[in-house]
Design a binder for this molecule. Structure first.
Ligand SMILES: [Zn+2]
Length: 419
């Protein structure tokens, strides 16, 4: 049997296990919840480990709970081709975000184990904590594995829902004596990640698979505040007000204008204030709002647009604060620069899709673990699989047929890169 036929068969089994993990970690109505270093993520890790064992692959945890297996190639000196994605989900998210790439990566490794013939080793990985709602920062597992942060630097971060530190949650896993398994460009020649598309573009184009050419960078403030002054809604004339809602609304609308002006030259630009709220303990219909908590998140694949957004933000915070007599406390800043994915790997994916007769197109994408590999100097590429209902919500959708197509493209590209 050919590698592709073997892979297609294993991918169907992987789909069934993925559906099972979905039932274990969520419901159709409430969505999937697999917290970073929490119960759902651990359930997924255990089920994935058992499935891999059935396929003849012994997954090894590293010290940070990421799971690894390497199927050696014919040249033990050659650097490996790595593939995989993340086990966690956002609260109330979809089943395929992350997990599809883990399962497809394992299927590729298992098919390589049965078929042989690859020069480079195939290294499959299941990573922890890619989603940012848990610790306020994304890519926890891949960040540690790739050495972008040391454990000492981030061990004190608190998980937003549990209030416990990253170190506390890691201690639950009991992996202090597990090997570190650092990943670098000295051991890995390329990283391929299959991921569900998180927008509507593939469905609109009636194509099952996309190739990401760039990953958006962003500027993010997850916990910003604007402080004005509470006052009587009827007694206080406009000139005396320090209205925090209007101040943050002005910031939001100014950024929407920036976005409209930028869209033409940069369709990848996005802007979101996903959190925006007055304090229920002190707000009232009859009070001028004295405080707003909000998040700020602007992204683009272009460095110049990120820099423009940054400068605009600084100007606006200053001018709005002065004019309205409010104060902005932006809190911790996160973000990353855009990543331009590797042209040779993009060509390998394109070649694989073409050879399999699977239609695909180029897209920009959002942050994935692949960005961490790219930033470590490891050539990276992302294969996107069609999703009719967007991501980070319970309605996220993928068909088995599209998953198998995506896995076959991933396998074909991995073989080309490993030749
Ligand atoms: Zn993801």
């Amino acid at each position: 049997m050919t590698f592709d036929a073997t892979l297609a068969g294993i991918a169907k089994q992987a789909w069934d296990v993925m559906e099972e993990i979905g039932h274990l970690t969520g419901t159709k109505q409430a969505g999937i919840t697999r917290p970073c270093y929490g119960e759902g993520e651990q359930l997924a890790a255990e089920r994935v480990t058992a499935f891999a064992r059935d396929l003849g692959l012994a997954l090894q945890p590293d010290r940070y709970g990421n799971l690894h297996v390497i199927v050696p190639g014919s040249d033990p000196q050659a650097r490996a081709i790595m593939t995989g994605s993340h086990l966690d989900s956002v609260p109330g998210g979809g089943n395929y975000d992350g997990l599809a790439g883990v399962m497809a990566g394992l299927a590729v490794a298992a098919a390589a184990l049965r078929s042989g013939g690859h020069r480079r080793g195939i290294h499959a990985v299941a990573m922890r904590g890619e989603e940012s709602p848990w610790f306020g920062t994304a890519y926890v597992g891949s960040r540690l594995m790739l050495g972008h942060s040391t454990l000492a630097e981030i061990s004190g971060l608190r998980r937003i829902d549990s209030g416990r530190t990253l170190q506390d949650h890691l201690d639950d896993l009991g992996l202090a004596d597990a090997p570190e398994m650092p990943i670098s460009r000295d051991t890995v020649a390329g990283f391929l990640e299959l991921h569900i598309e998180q927008g509507p573009l593939l469905t609109a184009a009636a194509l099952p698979v996309g190739i990401a050419t760039d990953i958006r960078g962003n500027i993010r403030y997850p916990e910003a505040r604007c402080l004005g002054e509470y006052g009587h809604s009827a007694a206080l004339p406009r000139a005396f007000r320090h209205d925090a809602v209007l101040a943050v609304a002005e910031l939001a609308l100014a950024f929407e204008r920036f976005w409209e002006e930028t869209e033409q030259r940069d369709p990848s630009c996005v802007f979101t204030m996903g959190k925006f709220g007055t304090d229920p303990a002190t707000h009232a219909m009859t009070k001028v709002p004295g405080e707003v908590r909000f998040s700020f998140n602007v992204g683009s694949i272009r460095e110049d647009v990120i820099a423009e957004a940054d400068a605009l933000l600084a100007r606006l915070l200053d001018s709005i604060a002065q004019r309205r007599g409010v104060r902005f406390e932006m809190g911790p800043r996160f973000g990353s620069m855009p990543s331009h994915l590797d042209a040779a790997l993009v060509a390998a994916v394109e070649g694989a899709a073409g050879a399999l007769g699977i239609g695909c197109t180029h897209l920009a994408t959002v942050g994935h673990d692949a960005a961490m590999f790219h930033q470590a100097g490891i050539p990276a590429s992302v294969i996107l699989v069609r999703n009719a209902n967007g991501s980070h919500n319970p309605a996220e959708s993928m068909t088995e047929a599209d998953f198998v197509r995506g896995a076959r493209v991933l396998g074909g590209a991995a073989l080309r890169a490993a030749a």
